[in-house]
Design a protein around this ligand. Structure first.
Ligand code: ADP
Length: 160
């Protein structure tokens, strides 16, 4: 059984993340969406809130092989614990590349058995990030095209 992890801050999950999750779900027998810690970013939502939003989103999608979990340790340790062989990440633009490349090489050094796989963003989501969603809400714009309807209210409530 091929198991992969799609890790990220998901602060909050966006349609861009969902696109990557759906595509990765087709490539593996099982996929875990893992809410993890990025020490470069202060989070807006608690890990529990982020997991709850992802659970609601997944319940609406027909993806029986995808589940959600959270972890605040080393990603490769989690991968070893659950028996995952791949880490899936999305790439939007050159700006993502340096950080992603560094993380992929670090994870490879820490655990040679786990491969990082990059999926190129779909062009319609190239601009989309969790921080853009938060900025738009902050300045009173609409995020209906950026996040699923089932988590819209949670985001507005938290940021207003
Ligand atoms: P992290 O803080 O670990 O980078 P993010 O939640 O910001 O977590 O992103 C998780 C992954 O999803 C990253 O690989 C990121 O590049 C990717 N990602 C985020 N938004 C998009 C998008 N719009 N299209 C494709 N990939 C994306």
């Amino acid at each position: 059984m091929k198991l992969a992890i799609c890790s990220g801050s998901f602060d909050p999950i966006t349609n861009g993340h969902i696109d990557i999750i759906k595509r990765a779900a087709k490539m593996f027998d099982r996929l875990i969406v893992l809410v993890s810690v990025n020490y470069k970013k202060a989070s807006t939502f608690t890990s529990g809130e982020r997991v709850a939003m992802i659970e609601r989103v997944l319940a609406e999608l027909d993806l029986p092989n995808v589940s959600v979990d959270m972890y605040d340790g080393l990603l490769v340790n989690y991968a070893k614990q659950v028996g995952a062989t791949a880490l899936v990440r999305g790439l939007r633009a050159v700006t993502d590349f340096e950080y992603e490349f560094q993380m992929a090489l670090t994870n490879k050094k820490l655990c040679g058995d786990v491969e990082t796989i990059f999926l190129t963003t779909s062009s319609e989501y190239m601009f989309l990030s969790s921080s853009i969603v938060k900025q738009v809400v902050h300045f009173g714009g609409s995020i209906t095209d950026f996040v699923p309807a089932c988590i819209y209210e949670d985001i507005i409530k938290k940021l207003k």
